[in-house]
Every structure is written in C-alpha cells, then in structure tokens.
Design a protein around this ligand. Structure first.
Ligand code: ZN
Ligand code: ZN
Length: 406
C-alpha cells in the first residue's frame, strides 16, 4: 500500500549543537523521545538544509522552501506574511507591516516597547482601524490584532512602495523615529509620508481611548503608540492546490507561519500559543480526515534555543514526543518530521546546521537509524537533502509525481 496523505510536522528550531550542560549532547540526543525514535526506526532518515548548505534560514524563508516555493523567487519580507497570519486578506501589491503597541510619554519618548505586555488589543485595534483616515492619500488600511502586544498593518492603494524604514528605535528611552524612504523613488517618499500619518493618527485615537484610561487607573502602562516594521509588498503565490494537486491546511500558533500557509492557499486552523499540544494534535487529525496535506508547526523549541535554555528545550521536545502519539493510528499517512532550521542554545540564534528529517509511512524504505537526532539521522539513507526537494520526495512517496521523460 502507498500512503495517500501527508503530515508535515515542523518542530521550529529543533536542530542544535552539543551543549555542555547536557554532557555534550544536543537537546534531541539528551531527550527521552520514544515516539520520535519509533518513527525514525520505522522510517527513512536524513538531514536537510532547509534552503541550501550554509544558509541561515529564517522561519519564513525556510517554510516557503519546504512548501515548494523557493524563497529566492517568492519571499518579499516578513510584514505581508505576518499580516496574512493576523487574518488580513493580503492581495498582491498590498504593503504589509509587522506592528506592535508601545507606551510613549508626553514627550513622545518610548517607555515600554511592549505596552506593559498588554494581552488583548482587539478593541483598540478596531478603534485604530476604523478611526485612521488616509483617504486624502487614496490609501485604505487594514489593521489587525496579533497575539499579546502584537498587531499587523496593511496599506492598499496606488503608488505605494515597501522601501520604507521603521519608527521603532528598538530601545526604550528613545524617541520614535520618523519613517523615511529607503530609496529615491517618489513611491517610497509617498509611502513614508502615509506611514507617519498613520502612526500620528493612531496615537491621537489611542491617547484617550477608554481601554487606555482604564489601564492608567489600574496602574498599567497605556498602549498609546504603534511601532511598525518589516515592510514588504505582498507577492503572488501559485495556489498550493494547483501546484501540488493537494488540498491542505495549516495548524500553527505563530502568525508568521499561519500567514505563510494562507498566502499559498492553505486553510488556517486557528490555534494560540497557549493551546495545549494535545489539542493542536487533535485539530491536525481532524484536518487530516478532510484534506490531503497538513502543515503542523510547533513553535517553542525555537524560543528555548534563542534563550540558550538547553534543559528546557530538551524537556519541551519530550512533551512534543508524548503529544504526537495519536499520529501513529492514522491509515495511509506519510509523516515527515523535521525542523525549519537549527537554533543552537550555544549561539542563541538560527544556524545553518542541517536539521534531522524522518519520512515515515507505508511503502517507505527503512534504514538502520533508530533515533531522531542530528547525529543519528545523518547516517540515514536519505543522506543530506535540500529543503526544496522535500515536497517532490513526499509527493513521490504518495504517488503524486509525474514522470520526467518517457
Ligand atoms: Zn523557525
Ligand atoms: Zn527563531
């Protein structure tokens, strides 16, 4: 029998390097992960350069690559993908930004870049979206809340450019920056003017908004400024279903990843960073009953890597291992397990170290690898592949590839 459906399980930032506190092992090597090890022993293993050898992949460029959209051709910046993940319908040509609420004092100095970690910005975001008027520039805005203090902005109109800077000084105690054009085009000048007008009007609306007055009364910091960054023009993505002949969904707590999914035409199944892994797994199984392909991204391992917390990363990998047990019972499923990049605790940043990969399902050749980690998988029969080969290999294993030649 051949598998007919694909689960692409991406453990964000899973790859690592030897950690002193783990006796020279990587978190994956040190973790007790019997279910992942079982997948490795029953499947075929290898290591993978998400984009190509020596390239330090971002989560965004890597996911595009793994989904079969070479980032060199498709990637136009983080902003539009994040905006799509926050639920904004991004059309080609729209300019998307990442945004977050901040606190400024009456002189315009930033006193907190996360607005006292405000947790619900639904109401103030709606107030800004409905209140900011850029019609004299012929520009419409979309503004949507993200998780916590985060949000996303999109501009729609003629003569816009993504070549604009940020108003974020990236530190507290500094004044907001004026957004400027980053090239000499009239479009960039115009867009910078529009962006500065947006932040000015947003501050006017936020200054006396009831939510902020209430926060002040409670001794909390007001969310009275909006910082925007990561401008990018929404690109054109050939729909996933046409490109790969598979219907699909995305289950990802990170807006950036669900935004990549919706940008290529996958259906977004909403989950929050706080949604228990077991619940997320249930949602994935529900989608696999209806669709041919599910992208399931599990976030936090990357964060432990960025924080340099090897023990915590190891513990979290054990939690993931326990949560994925129900995937074993699904007939006709090809499971791919990998990371989108390595995030070694030793450098607290993404690295170009290849990530360990398993392909598990009916008809897949097996090899002698019996553990899921960076070192064991390197001995597997898949050897070392590039992320751009993953979709073609998976499609071949479910009999969906077309013959090249006669
Ligand atoms: Zn990542
Ligand atoms: Zn990261």
């Amino acid at each position: 029998m051949t598998a007919s459906k694909i689960l692409l399980l991406i453990i964000d930032g899973v790859g690592d390097r030897p950690c002193e506190c783990l006796g020279g092992k990587t978190p994956l090597q040190a973790a007790k992960i019997p279910n992942l090890d079982k997948l490795a022993s029953e499947g075929i293993c290898g290591i993978m350069d998400p984009i190509s050898a020596g390239i330090r992949a971002g989560s965004d460029t890597s996911h595009l690559s793994l989904l079969g959209y070479p980032p060199q051709k498709y990637y136009t910046g983080r902003g539009p993908l994040e905006a799509a993940g926050c639920g904004i319908k991004m059309l080609p040509g729209m300019i998307g930004f990442r945004a977050n609420y901040a606190t400024i004092d009456d002189k315009g100095i930033i006193t907190d870049r996360r607005a006292g970690r405000i947790s619900d910005t639904t109401e103030i975001t709606a107030a800004v979206k409905n209140g900011v008027d850029l019609s004299k520039y012929g520009v419409e805005i979309e503004f949507a809340p993200g998780t916590g203090h985060r949000a996303a902005l999109a501009l729609k109109g003629k003569g816009l450019s993504a070549a604009v800077s940020t108003n974020d000084p990236k530190k507290t105690g500094a004044a907001q920056k004026t957004i400027i054009a980053e090239d000499s085009s009239a479009e960039a000048e115009f867009t910078a003017k529009v962006c500065n007008e947006f932040t000015r009007q947003a501050e006017e609306i936020l200054k006396n908004h009831p939510v902020n007055l209430k926060r002040a009364k409670e001794g909390k910091l007001p969310a009275n400024a909006v910082l925007i960054r990561g401008a990018g023009e929404m690109g054109i993505y050939e729909p996933f279903e046409e490109k790969h002949e598979l219907s699909g969904s995305v289950v990802a707590a990170a807006a950036l990843i669900s935004g990549i999914g919706t940008s290529v035409g996958l259906e977004k199944i909403p989950v929050l960073p706080t949604t228990p892994l077991e619940e997320q797994v249930k949602l994935v199984i529900g989608e696999l009953a209806k669709k041919d392909f599910v992208l399931f991204n599990i976030k936090n391992a990357d964060e432990y890597g960025h924080d340099g917390k090897a023990e915590a990363k190891k513990d979290f990998l054990e939690k993931i291992d326990a949560a994925i047990l129900p995937f074993f019972g699904i007939d006709g499923l090809l499971i791919a397990v990998c990371g989108d990049h390595s995030t070694p605790c030793t450098i607290k940043e993404h690295s170009a170290d290849p990530v360990p990969l398993i392909l598990h399902g009916d008809g897949v050749r097996t090899d002698g690898v019996s553990a899921y980690d960076e070192i064991s998988c390197a001995k597997g029969a898949m050897c070392r592949i590039c992320g751009g080969s993953l979709m073609p290999i998976m499609l071949d294993l479910i009999d969906k590839t077309h013959k090249y030649g006669a």
